[in-house]
Design a protein around this ligand. Structure first.
Ligand code: PEP
Length: 275
């Protein structure tokens, strides 16, 4: 698992003005420029008004830019929504769909997320589908059922050839944000593997290749242990990534641990061959 591509990204929510985002994005590009991108992908999902300038300021080889939401229609009577055509115009690479704040504050349904995923893929974006159970669902022992429903409905229209543009973020609602509760590594590991299993149930072996991220109060203490989960391909971070220097340190901390893991695994297989 350690040799697979690794992803790290942040959603800056309703924080950061155009000037803040420009600085953040260009600092992040400069600070991480030496990290080879063949096996590492970095992304930032800032607010809509910042996308145009941030798109011009970033080096697209170093940093992908995403939108925090998108309407499934190209145009129409959808006051306050943003169209895929508008996001394409500002050079967006990906669209986040179904973030817990969209689902639980703005009452988006699984069917809405499904329509958005389909539209995002049709318009050439990578679709980042966020899923996760609430505290009540967890307490009622309904987590597996909720994750399955969110994945089966959200990804219902996805064709296998489009899967290389689908990412999934597991973000337990109860673990996100300033009031988030700490997650144990064992619980994250179990849920990430359950998600992998559901993806394989839906898409067969192709489900193995869908990147799965963990998000929800990732910080410098838990980032490395979380990155060692069996079925994880990346970390999706909020508050701990909003300062470019701190995010850069977090990225390096995780990548160094992964390199160490790779070299330990190589050493072990070398020893086994000698025996
Ligand atoms: C998020 O909102 O998606 C998130 C992961 O935030 P935080 O890391 O701040 O919990």
């Amino acid at each position: 698992m350690a040799c697979r591509k690794w992803y790290m990204g942040t959603n800056t929510k309703m924080y950061k003005t155009i000037a803040d985002t420009n600085r953040f994005v260009s600092d992040l590009c400069t600070l991480t420029a030496d990290i080879p991108r063949e096996k590492f992908e970095l992304f930032v999902i800032p607010s809509y008004t910042t996308l145009d300038q941030a798109g011009r300021n970033r080096d697209s080889r170093l940093l992908k830019l995403g939108a925090q939401n998108m309407c499934w229609e190209e145009q129409g009577q959808f006051t306050g929504e943003i169209s895929p055509l508008m996001l394409r115009e500002v050079g967006c690479d990906l669209v986040m769909i179904g973030h817990s704040e969209r689902r639980h504050i703005f009452m988006e349904t699984d069917e809405m997320e499904r329509a958005k995923v389909r539209s995002a893929l049709e318009h050439g974006f990578t679709a980042l589908l966020c899923i996760g159970e609430t505290e009540e669902e967890k307490a009622a022992g309904r987590t597996a059922e909720v994750l399955r429903r969110q994945l089966e409905t959200g990804l219902r229209d996805v064709e296998i050839p489009q899967l290389n543009r689908v990412w999934v973020a597991y973000e337990p609602v109860w673990a996100i944000g300033v009031n988030g509760k700490p997650i144990t590594i064992a619980y994250a590991d179990e849920m990430l593997s359950a998600i992998r299993e559901i993806l394989c149930d839906i898409f067969g072996v192709s489900g193995e290749d869908v990147p799965i991220f963990y998000g929800g109060s990732v910080n410098p203490e838990n980032a490395v242990p979380l990155s060692r989960c069996r079925d994880i391909n990346g970390l999706f971070i909020g508050r701990s990534a909003w300062d470019a220097e701190k995010f850069n340190r977090l990225i390096r901390q995780v990548l160094e641990s992964r390199m160490q893991e790779d070299s330990d695994a190589c050493g072990r297989s070398h020893e086994q061959r000698k025996e």
